[in-house]
Design a protein around this ligand. Structure first.
Ligand code: FAD
Ligand code: UDP
Length: 364
């Protein structure tokens, strides 16, 4: 069989690539996906109670990238909301990320924005070079907040001390000396109004896109001819682990449904110091769905299982460079997305990457 373009993986990266190829280039494209559904990790579905859940963990779309937002808006209207997170510390639920409200609630104070700025400056541990996620937190909020909010959550999530992780991990969490308690401050935030799966289905309406589910690409690739392969799976697998296995952090998901309308005060509540799970998500509070019952999700991080998070340490970044040297030599293969590029991309980052690669002619 001959296709000019073959895409491996029907996640956001693979689907956006296929959409551009079919819609703009007017070419046939085959997408091969090993799971039994499209969408990759943004896949959502209705559970047996009829509640819309995110099967692979809570996904909140947020971006400042107008072009990415407008691109996805072709495939879905949005349910706009500001995502909020609380964290359970010393028996209290306090707002995350760190804002004036967080400091006041944690220490039972009533400080102004200016006073909180001074408070955090006093707490901050002076440091020369900021090398790790631990340095990031200590240099901004000091020992006490670091221990109560960041240290144990990070150990649970990654299985290592924050001192071993790249600065980018904890830098994801803003520190604000103001009263903006939104989790993200991006201009565009929300949920696809009818869910991510619906949005993904709309991305591949073009008849030139063929989808092959339940198939590992290695089962069929030998029988296919193509000019360009767009690969969005794990790169170590692509190269038969020739430079060793890359580490990924995985999650076990525990869904629970309760016969009451509400479970918790916020869409997401983090548990840095208690329990083995990191956070509880209540889906109705993300999607705006009304229902007499409610479904929640507890996330238990683990080293085994589906690759969800590339491991952000210097050691693995070095190891990935060996693969990158091979990737750069490929003429017919383009590597895109969170797994293939071993990058902690958010959804908007993945779409931006695909749009740029497309504009560049999908050169390797
Ligand atoms: P994936 O979604 O992983 O898609 C890759 C696809 O390739 C998968 O479907 C996989 O089955 C398939 N595949 C792999 N190997 C093969 C093979 N050998 N043959 C065939 N198919 C194969 N981003 C946000 O912006 N906001 C959030 O709130 C957010 N929350 C997240 C929460 C969790 C728990 C996780 C894990 C991620 C979250 N993200 C969030 C990130 C978001 O999921 C990713 O940015 C995005 O889904 C990546 O898309 P992708 O196509 O690169 O990868
Ligand atoms: N983090 C933390 N405490 C929290 C929330 C986050 O220590 O209450 C750290 C943790 O290391 C986490 C990182 O900040 O992995 C990024 O958090 P984010 O909410 O962005 O994680 P994601 O949604 O990508 O899992």
């Amino acid at each position: 069989m001959k296709y000019k373009y073959v895409v491996v993986g029907a996640g956001l990266a693979g689907l956006a690539a296929a959409e551009r190829i079919a819609e703009v280039l007017d070419e046939e494209v085959l997408v091969i996906e090993k799971r039994n559904h499209i969408g990759g990790n943004v896949y959502d579905s209705y559970n047996e109670e009829g509640i819309l859940i995110h099967n692979y963990g809570p996904h909140i779309f947020h971006t400042n990238d107008k072009e990415v937002y407008e691109y996805l808006s072709q495939f879905t209207p949005w349910y706009h909301f500001w995502h909020r997170v609380l964290t359970y510390v010393d028996g209290n639920l306090i707002p995350m990320p760190i804002t004036v409200e967080t400091v006041n609630k944690m220490y039972n104070l009533n400080l102004s924005c200016f006073e909180v700025e001074e408070f955090l400056e006093k707490q901050a541990v002076p440091m020369g070079e900021i090398r790790t996620s631990k340095d990031v937190a200590l240099s901004k909020v000091g020992e006490d907040i670091y221990k109560k909010i960041f240290e144990n959550y990070t150990r649970k999530q990654w299985g290592v001390d924050p001192a071993e992780l790249d600065t980018a991990v904890i830098s994801r969490i803003p520190i604000r000396a103001n009263r903006d308690t939104r989790y993200f401050s991006d201009k565009y935030q929300g949920m696809p109004k009818y869910g991510y799966t619906k949005m993904c289905e709309n991305m591949i309406r073009n008849k030139k896109i063929k989808i092959l589910l339940n198939t590992d690409y290695k089962e069929v690739i030998g029988d296919l001819e193509y000019d360009k392969l767009i690969y969005t799976g794990p790169t170590d697998y692509f190269y038969d682990y020739k430079h060793g296995k890359m580490a990924y952090r995985s999650l076990e998901f525990q869904f629970e449904t309760y016969s009451r309308e509400e479970y918790q005060e916020a869409p997401v509540v983090n548990y840095p110091n208690d329990y083995d799970f990191t956070r509880i998500t209540e889906f109705k509070k993300l999607t705006g769905q009304e229902h007499k019952k409610t479904t929640i999700l507890k996330e238990f991080p683990t080293g085994e299982g589906e690759p969800y998070y590339p491991f952000p340490t210097k050691e693995y970044q070095q190891q990935f460079k060996l693969y990158q040297a091979d990737m750069e030599k490929e003429e017919k293969v383009v590597f895109l997305g969170r797994l293939a590029e071993y990058r902690y991309y958010n959804m908007d980052g993945v779409v931006r990457r695909v749009l740029n690669a497309f504009k560049g002619g999908f050169r390797g």
